[in-house]
Design a protein around this ligand. Sequence first.
Ligand code: IDP
Ligand code: MG
Length: 138
Amino acid sequence: MESTMVLIKPDAVRRRLIGRIIERLEARGLTIRAMKMVRISRELAEKHYAEHASRAFYPKLVSFMTSGPIVAMAVSGPAAVTLVRKMIGATDPTESEPGSIRGEYSLDVTENLVHGSDSPESAASELALWFEQSDYVD
Ligand code: IDP
Ligand code: MG
């Protein structure tokens, strides 16, 4: 069993897509192990996206991620990292497949509704930023 970090980003919360996104994860057979709705600090947004600190889009990304509440989840299941990334769809809106969450509901490269960790290692470090280990580990 593997755990991954999922964020329902501020645009999805504003657009009232929380339920539809969670419904897809649960319908697939994944388990929500921990969940909270929070408005995050600039510091947490910067840490979460530290790998992109040098990118031109980073300031806009941090502003977006602090623009409203986020739903943060620890999601587990077999190969949860890969499964969730496929369900979310590609970052580039012209590449996100119809049927994926981004491919169904977004055409913006920044405001793209959902975050999912890109590897088990990223999942471990991201989950540690957002949750206590006892929140999502038995
Ligand atoms: P991912 O969310 O699909 O893993 P990353 O490349 O890790 O994509 O980028 C993190 C987030 O930064 C994206 O989800 C999106 O919100 C934003 N982003 C990525 N690339 C761009 C870009 O080229 N322009 C503006 N925002 C971007
Ligand atoms: Mg990423």
